[in-house]
Design a protein around this ligand. Structure first.
Ligand SMILES: Cc1cc2nc3c(=O)[nH]c(=O)nc-3n(C[C@H](O)[C@H](O)[C@H](O)COP(=O)(O)OP(=O)(O)OC[C@H]3O[C@@H](n4cnc5c(N)ncnc54)[C@H](O)[C@@H]3O)c2cc1C
Ligand SMILES: *[C@@H]1O[C@H](CO)[C@@H](O)[C@H](O)[C@H]1NC(C)=O
Ligand SMILES: *[C@@H]1O[C@H](CO)[C@@H](O)[C@H](O)[C@H]1NC(C)=O
Ligand SMILES: *[C@@H]1O[C@H](CO)[C@@H](O)[C@H](O)[C@H]1NC(C)=O
Ligand SMILES: *[C@@H]1O[C@H](CO)[C@@H](O)[C@H](O)[C@H]1NC(C)=O
Ligand SMILES: *[C@@H]1O[C@H](CO)[C@@H](O)[C@H](O)[C@H]1NC(C)=O
Ligand SMILES: *[C@@H]1O[C@H](CO)[C@@H](O)[C@H](O)[C@H]1NC(C)=O
Ligand SMILES: *[C@@H]1O[C@H](CO)[C@@H](O)[C@H](O)[C@H]1NC(C)=O
Length: 642
């Protein structure tokens, strides 16, 4: 089959539509000829769909009489050249009754796997296990049996655009649920789904620098980013570049570059200096729901260019590559880490490992702890004014003790400038008796080039709130907000993480300034982004009952709700949000929602791409046996009409 692709390449090139390919894998495309031979692969016609008289209520799932037969899957696999996978859950190795039982492998999964690339290279991805349904937890002597649950039924290990088009056409024509997975980092299960055909784009690798790229009003450095690239891979290319350049990459190196991160907004430690990931996009190559391969930029398919820059991953099409801006010279940040605690001072509270970490400063009084926190909070106005980035996480550590760990990073500042900027903050701390000796600021590359193992599947549960700059001009409301955070931490037992940065429109630059994007307008007004997380005893396990999960979620919602009430002019960041965010259309996209919905309806009248609380998702929901909003159940119509 490889031979077939190899020798067929030029032939395909002759037949393809007019898309500038960024990578070789993009020149291998689906043609009308292949489609004629296998009608299940035929392209879609967006004008036809609304006329379809009787549509099935649910997407087909394994066991349905319309689920493709084994022979059909075999035929599909053959047209794909054999890249169709039918993976069983990795945890199956721990279950004596399962065909894949393998105690040694189970040991590996319990231990060394978490220090390797095992999980990120797993075709079933899915970092969040409650969203999968917890149907096959990795554990010693597991109780119960291991089932597929919310993991996909089949996975296309895509190595060409043609594979992606075939999977899009096949699932659309056969009414199969489609999911798209790169790293599986998505926090609420949008890259997984029961009975789905998953397009796994993880192996589409490659990053190339373009010294002089011109499009629209832009001329300058750029980088071609393939769909399977991870953050650290961009940093590696950046690090090796001569003369030095900067590519914007996420804070954690394992996050994918062209998927959920970029399409949902995408922050980094230099987001307040260069803008969001979506602001960097100059051009995108995309397979749309009808199976076509197109370019979206300022010249063509501007609706997609608008929606894919911030309108949410996995909604409008599958991005096969992106061209993003780069900046001359490496970007250095100067700053420092510090922490204080009411608990044991030997705790090395760590937020983000750019700077050396010192032991925490011990504060005896809880009141003083929160007064110092309020000073950190108020300082956001000053740090964002100079395009800085702050971290500040407050965590309940048990026994009514609390730890605060923080970091400030100032792009393109010298260490002495960073120290001068932070001096007033440390003076305010000292005035409270919090005599932290400010560590010397150091200058480091804005992100570290490490090939990270990637996160291990877990049970994360959190919510997001974007706090508008206007809050810092309204002292009573600012005070109420820090008090609401204190209540969430002390009473709710929640961790409140904060990220202080302001990715304003002025900072975003071209094309965002000239060509509208789907980015949440609330992000433009943001000075601080909160992530409110379930921690400690509230964390659910693979064996928590639905009631326990719901109770944990209800606590999260209660205290997030207080913050929401205080910031009606704020919003939430779709990539780090509550799986059940209320009034999500407003929270995630505000005034952009109607236009995004229009693009979605026009481009995907089949609702082929679906994600809970994503644009145009209102017409469907996953039918689960309980109230936990997992992906473990058939995807069915709700009866909602637009
Ligand atoms: C450890 C960790 C650190 C993080 N750090 C940051 C951070 O620093 N900044 C930040 O902004 N966010 C961060 N996030 C959140 C991150 O942005 C989201 O989880 C994001 O959805 C991940 O995108 P992905 O493509 O890597 O993951 P996936 O789970 O593979 O995909 C996420 C979503 O995008 C869709 N998708 C993936 N690829 C494509 C594609 N090529 N075309 C169309 N749709 C696609 C998927 O279907 C899914 O809906 C972090 C997450 C984790 C787990
Ligand atoms: C997908 O379907 C479209 C429309 O019928 C067709 O033009 C295209 O060739 C198909 N692509 C593949 C890869 O099957
Ligand atoms: C799509 O359908 C419309 C309406 O039925 C028809 O006019 C048009 O020719 C079709 N387009 C293609 C490419 O088949
Ligand atoms: C698809 O075909 C390849 C090559 O023949 C084979 O190795 C693989 O197991 C097949 N996939 C499925 C799901 O049967
Ligand atoms: C997926 O395809 C890539 C590239 O061909 C290959 O290296 C990898 O082993 C495949 N993964 C699986 C699970 O088959
Ligand atoms: C490049 O990588 C090396 C080794 O990890 C590191 O020491 C150096 O600081 C990096 N340089 C930049 C500009 O990122
Ligand atoms: C809480 O305090 C008790 C009694 O002083 C002690 O035994 C326990 O270890 C403490 N727990 C934590 C989490 O610090
Ligand atoms: C902080 O420093 C001040 C002035 O030097 C001193 O009076 C005070 O006791 C110190 N407080 C603590 C908690 O160390």
């Amino acid at each position: 089959m490889r031979l077939f692709y190899g020798t067929g390449l030029l032939g395909y090139l002759g037949l393809v539509q007019c898309v500038t390919v960024n990578f070789d894998y993009e020149s291998i495309q689906l043609t009308e000829e292949t489609v004629a031979a296998l009608p299940a692969l035929s392209f879609g016609n967006t004008s036809d769909e609304p006329l379809t008289p009787r549509r099935p209520r649910c997407k087909v799932h394994p066991g349905d009489k319309t689920w493709p037969s084994t022979a059909e899957w075999k035929g599909f696999n053959a047209s794909l050249g054999g890249v169709l996978l039918k993976p069983t859950p990795p945890g199956a190795a721990c279950y004596p009754d399962h065909d894949d039982y393998d105690p040694e492998r189970c040991d590996f999964l319990m231990g060394d796997a978490r220090r390797s690339r095992f999980w990120i290279d797993n075709p079933l991805g899915a970092v969040v296990q409650w969203a999968q349904g917890n149907t096959c937890p990795v554990e010693v002597d597991p109780a119960g049996e291991c089932t597929q649950g919310g993991y996909p039924a089949y996975v296309v290990n895509a190595t060409s655009v043609r594979h992606i088009q075939m999977a899009v056409n096949f699932s659309r024509n056969k009414n199969i649920r489609l999911t798209v997975t790169n790293t599986g980092h998505e926090f609420s299960g949008k890259s997984t789904g029961y009975g789905s055909l998953s397009i796994w784009i993880h192996h589409l690798k490659g990053i190339e620098l373009l010294d002089d790229y011109t499009i629209g009003e832009y001329t300058g450095g750029a980088a071609k980013i393939s769909a399977g690239s991870e953050g650290w891979e961009a940093l590696r290319v950046q690090n090796g570049s001569s003369p030095g350049i900067t590519i914007i990459a996420p804070g954690q190196g394992s996050v994918g570059l062209a998927g959920g991160w970029l399409q949902g907004g995408g922050h980094s430690t230099i987001a307040g200096y260069y803008g969001l990931a979506a602001d960097q996009v100059l051009s995108l190559n995309v397979v749309t729901a009808d199976g076509r391969f197109v370019t979206a930029d300022v010249h063509e398919n501007r609706d997609l260019f608008f929606a894919l820059r911030g309108g949410g991953g996995g909604t409008y099409g599958i991005v096969t590559s992106a061209i993003v801006r780069t900046y001359p010279a490496h970007t250095y940040v100067s700053g420092l880490s510090y922490s204080f605690t009411t608990g044991p001072s030997e705790v090395n509270a760590r937020v983000y490992d750019l700077f050396p970490v010192a032991p925490s400063f011990k504060i005896e009084s809880r009141e003083t702890f929160w007064e110092a926190y309020a000073e950190y909070f108020a300082f956001t106005k000053e740090s964002t004014a100079v395009k800085g980035f702050a971290f500040g996480d407050v965590t309940p550590v048990g026994n009514d003790s609390y730890t605060f760990a923080s970091m400030f990073a100032f792009p393109q500042a010298s260490p002495s400038e960073a120290e001068a900027l932070l001096e007033p903050l440390f003076e305010r701390f000292a005035a409270l008796g919090v005599n932290i000796t400010a560590p010397d600021a150091v200058s480091v590359p804005y992100a570290r080039v490490v090939d990270p193992p990637g996160p291990v599947p877990g049970q994360d549960l959190f919510a997001s709130r974007l706090l508008p700059r206007s809050l810092w001009d309204d002292e009573p409301r600012l005070g109420d907000t820090t008090r609401a955070i204190r209540q969430a931490v002390e009473e709710g037992g929640l961790q409140v993480r904060s990220r202080g940065y302001s990715p304003t429109l002025a900072i975003a630059g071209y094309p965002t300034t000239d060509v509208s994007s789907g980015i949440n307008p609330a992000l433009r007004e943001t000075a601080m982004h909160l992530v409110i997380a379930v921690t400690g005893e509230g964390v659910v396990t693979a064996h928590s009952s639905p009631e326990e999960w719901l109770a944990s979620h209800a606590t999260l919602e209660k205290y997030t709700g207080n913050l929401r009430d205080l910031t009606p002019d704020g919003g939430a960041y779709v990539n780090e949000a509550d799986v059940s965010e209320p009034d999500w259309q407003q929270s995630f996209w505000g005034s952009r929602y109607p236009e995004l919905l229009k693009v979605k309806r026009e481009r995907d009248p089949w609702d082929l791409f679906w994600g809970r609380r994503m644009v145009g998702s209102e017409g469907w929901e996953v039918e689960t046996p309980d109230e936990v909003p997992s992906q473990n159940g058939p995807l069915c119509r709700t009866g909602y009409s637009y």
